[in-house]
Design a protein around this ligand. Structure first.
Ligand code: AHR
Length: 556
């Protein structure tokens, strides 16, 4: 990272207008300054970057849960099915999204999964009682089908193995089955199943949410850390370079939050590369006081969680005097609070039950935009992140028998996938703020603080000469102006400018009315070193810009 304008110089230059107030801890931590009035302002410099943008930051998650696989990805009887039973309309949607990495097969599911049930001749695969979601699992879709499907949608697999009811031995056998070329028990089994070439899966999760009492095989932190270390050490015999992710806390409300992460890492730090974070957010009495304004600030709660887990990882690095710095894998994140209990989570011993089918509205989509902004802003530490999930189950895409529906949350995610490239810029931002209050909220989200109305991130791809700016306006009542002040790279043309907004934050799409929440073109300012965007109230906006980049300001 290089800096040509110090934060102090910048802030004092802003302060000359007398518009700045002292920034609270939340604002300071994301590099924002609080302005008293007027347009928000962002200073963008090609030479000041946070990190190279790894598209794995915008991955997704596909679990054997509800209708995600069966009647979603895989539906042999469907008019859309190809010869393998994969739905081609789903393939087309996910391929078009261009999802970089897909986590599979769970989730809670994986902690009771016997991967051997899902490989080999389909007729011989057992139907089992799946205990995470109390559903029938026919195993007609398994690891090899998933890998084939990944190729069809052009995504990289991120596989999890079972460290709940499973053992290090079953986990290592799974890695051997997938990655060893030939000449061993498990690699030859794969070849006998018709897959001559190894799948060469690079990223692996060492179990799922093992801190949760709901998890099959749940165990104390140190016990899990030792089991993960044992599995990882054996896996490294197969391939030292595999990227292994330990289970971190499943959310900040856990009573063991941070202690779990510390104890796990104290046991397995040397054997792992990343640690996982999960969180689901909701507009509920407990979390937001049912306030949309508080809800739209929840990406800043995500930001805090990232910093806290990074701090624990760094603490253990210091303890162990290790040269290795762990990266974070935020491999489950989304809005999820309506279809979260009772019949929404109990498959009642049926096949492909309708579970966790959350219907997303405009305010959910705006917050998803906020999550995308946070992940980009924290891209120097978060290497992988997965929206949970991708299809039918808490997902931007939903199938019925004949088609695929794009929910409101599809759009902010799709924009980042389509336009963000190159490097994430380290912005200086000043914005007016609004207050939020702690009173009455769950401890992990209870804070008195100031929230910027405008949340903005940007990427710049010097090689391609393009920039992408993603802008959230949290103001529920009014349009907000945002001035982009480019310093050492200049926009020459606006290639696209779209916004997601509407009069009703509770509006949502259905198969009958799929266009209730869809993007519309926003009239952009003329391209140039200073551009003033007029962000509609309650909106998330993307601008894709052609850039004149300076050959000297390569940053990095
Ligand atoms: O994504 C739904 C569930 O949420 C996953 O199975 C689990 O890991 C998390 O609790």
């Amino acid at each position: 990272m290089s800096t040509t304008l110090s934060r102090r110089t910048f802030l004092s230059s802003l302060g000359q207008s007398g518009a700045l107030l002292a920034a609270g801890p939340w604002l300071r931590s994301i590099g924002y300054a609080q302005a008293r009035r007027g347009p928000a302002r962002a200073v963008l410099m090609q030479s000041r970057t946070r990190a190279d943008f790894d598209r794995r930051l915008l991955g997704a998650f596909l679990e054997h849960l509800g209708r995600a696989i069966y009647t979603g990805v895989y539906e042999p009887g469907s008019p859309h099915a190809d010869a393998n039973g994969f739905r081609t309309d789903v393939i087309a949607e996910i391929k078009q999204l261009s999802v970089p990495v897909m986590r599979y097969p769970g989730g809670n599911f994986v902690s009771g999964y016997n991967w051997l049930d899902g490989v080999g001749p389909k007729k011989q695969r057992p139907t089992v009682l799946e205990r995470a979601w109390n559903s029938l699992e026919t195993n007609q879709f398994g690891t090899n089908e998933f890998i084939e499907w990944c190729k069809l949608v052009s995504t990289e697999p991120l596989l999890a193995f079972n460290l709940g009811t499973g053992t290090p031995e079953t986990a290592v056998a799974y890695v051997e089955y997938c990655n060893v070329a030939k000449g061993t028990k498990w690699s030859d089994l794969r070849r006998s199943h018709g897959y001559e070439a190894p799948h060469d899966v690079r990223y692996w999760c060492l179990g799922n949410e093992m801190d949760g009492p709901w998890q099959m095989g749940h165990m104390p932190a140190r016990e899990y850390g030792q089991k993960a270390r044992d599995a990882a050490r054996q896996i490294r015999v197969i391939d030292r370079s595999l990227q292994l992710i330990a289970c971190g806390s499943s959310n900040p409300a856990m009573p063991t939050y941070l202690v779990w992460d510390r104890e796990v890492l104290e046991e397995c730090y040397d054997q792992v590369d990343g640690i996982s974070l999960h969180n689901y957010y909701g507009n509920t009495k407990d979390l937001t006081g049912n306030s949309t304004a508080r809800f739209l600030a929840m990406n800043l709660d995500m930001e805090r969680q990232i910093r806290e887990i990074a701090a624990v990882a760094d603490y253990v690095q210091g303890l162990r005097k290790s040269p290795k710095r762990l990266w974070l894998s935020f491999d489950e994140w989304n809005v999820w609070y309506r279809a979260r209990s009772g019949p929404f989570t109990d498959g009642n011993r049926t096949f492909a039950p309708k579970l966790l089918e959350e219907v997303y509205n405009l305010e959910d989509a705006l917050l998803v935009g906020g999550f995308v902004n946070t992940l980009l802003r924290q891209s120097d530490r978060v290497r992988i992140a997965c929206v949970a999930q991708i299809l039918n189950v808490i997902a931007p895409l939903v199938t019925n028998e004949t088609s695929v529906l794009r929910q409101s949350t599809y759009y902010p995610y799709a924009w980042a996938l389509q336009y963000a490239r190159g490097r994430v810029l380290d912005l200086f931002v000043e914005s007016e703020t609004y207050p939020i209050a702690a009173a009455g909220l769950r401890a992990d989200v209870a804070r008195d603080d100031q929230v910027p109305f405008v949340d903005v991130v940007a990427t710049l791809d010097p090689a391609g000469g393009k920039a992408c700016v993603l802008m959230l306006n949290r103001d529920l009542e009014s349009e907000r102006e945002l001035v982009l002040d480019w310093r050492d790279a200049t926009p020459t043309r606006v290639l696209a400018c779209e916004t997601l907004t509407g009069p009703d934050v509770k509006a949502f799409n259905t198969f009958a009315e799929p266009k209730q929440v869809v993007p519309r073109r926003l009239e952009p300012p003329a391209a140039g070193a200073r551009m003033t965007f007029k962000l509609p109230a309650r909106s998330y906006t993307v601008a894709h810009l052609a850039m004149n980049v300076s050959p000297s300001g390569t940053g990095g």
